[in-house]
Design a protein. Sequence first.
Length: 488
Amino acid sequence: MSEKAEGQFPEGFLWGAATAATQCEGAWDRDGKGPTILDHATNGDREHPRLITSEVSEDYFYPSHTGCEQYDHYEEDVELFAQMGLKTYRMSISWARIFPNGDDPEPNRAGIEYYRRLFQKCRECGIEPTVTMTHYDMPWNLAKNYGGWANRDLIDLFVRYARTVFTEYKGLVTRWLTFNELNFSTVSYGEFVTSGILPRKGHIIMVDPDATRADVSRRFQALHNCLVAAAKCVTLAHRIDPANQVGCMMCGFAFYPLTCKPADVAAAQRDMEIWDYYCMDAQVRGAYPYWAPRFWREHGIELEVGEGDLEAMRAGTVDFIGFSYYRTDCSSGSMAQQAGGTDFGMPNPELQKTDWGWTIDPDGLRWLLNELYSRYQKPMMIVENGIGEYEDFEDGTVHDQARIEFLRAHIKAMGEALEDGVDVIGYTPWSAIDIVSAGTGEFKKRYGFIHVDADDLGHGTYVRTPKDSFWWYRHVIETNGADLGDVR
Ligand code: BGP
């Protein structure tokens, strides 16, 4: 029996799927590419956090060095994406393929040409690229020798990188996202992956005897510098090609009060403010939220705001809101989460969880879409959504029914939000193909529509095989979301 959602999805809706360079490309040191911060991250799993090593050492396995080998398989991958019917492929450019050290006098031509071939291949196959400019992959040199985004020099270095890619790919790429999940910088999780501040704590542990935690002021300074750079990129993108559309990319956190105690309701509001609205207001409205001065004061945050920073932010507001959505969490007034926290919140006792403990909450997607739209009234694109699963390869494929159920429920919720009147322009589930997990570095935490024969230590043939979800999603796209049934 098919489940109908007729008429909800507008013509031209951007059905797609997503990946990121450090998780799929491999070829980490080929053709002039420099190392990125995630090239220093070892593999881990649920119980064993990834380590960030100060040198790349033979004693460890670094999963980004192989990814799913898309660098060598990109033509085959794009052809498979076309067979699935994707209208857009969200992927990221590795900053260190273009500027290997971030501060090189000239860009790396081989890196520029690789992405040109990839974008051309997408266009030939009728797929529009949606490009993230940096997805957790600052050149290592900038983290090590500049102090990451805490250093204002990075603003100009990033804008120079932006100018290079906007100019080189003019006409090939018109849909851009600046920083992946920039709002992770408000919590210590983002200290390393988003801001490039060494060392960091949280899910990733730095192997460094002198490790100390960045203070909250430094973290928010880094975030401020990112926000200024992102805004300057929006202005620049429009100047270079008026056809360019630039979005922010936020981790879509949704916090419910754990109970109806007023303290829990207030905590949920506070968590939404810090985790979501601090960055979104800056990028969508072009100014920090009204409560920010009190927040800075109470947390001892002293921002160094450069001349012209606030004007740049006001001028460079985004064209659309991109966000990822995986789960929801609960807030409690008794929990010391605040700006220094590493936790995502309290688990919701009403919801089922994945094998990695992430709650499954399709209704939360409709809730969050409405919540964000009522605040911003901007087009929205869900640029990540998916389920990580242990999977078996049987009868020559993977019968990933759990993924089909997960995506079907979320697409239904998105359809409801469209009927509510929310302007949703696209949906790019995570992930187009099996790739390395960012959080744990595992390959066995699989998200893809396409199976890749590889294991956690990079062994395997890297042969690609469409899973059941591939055929299911193809049918969803073919019917523009009108039939979410289980047709193969
Ligand atoms: C998002 C990241 C992605 C991706 C995804 C799944 O936060 O933008 O890079 O990895 O989460 O997370 P994980 O890979 O840790 O399961």
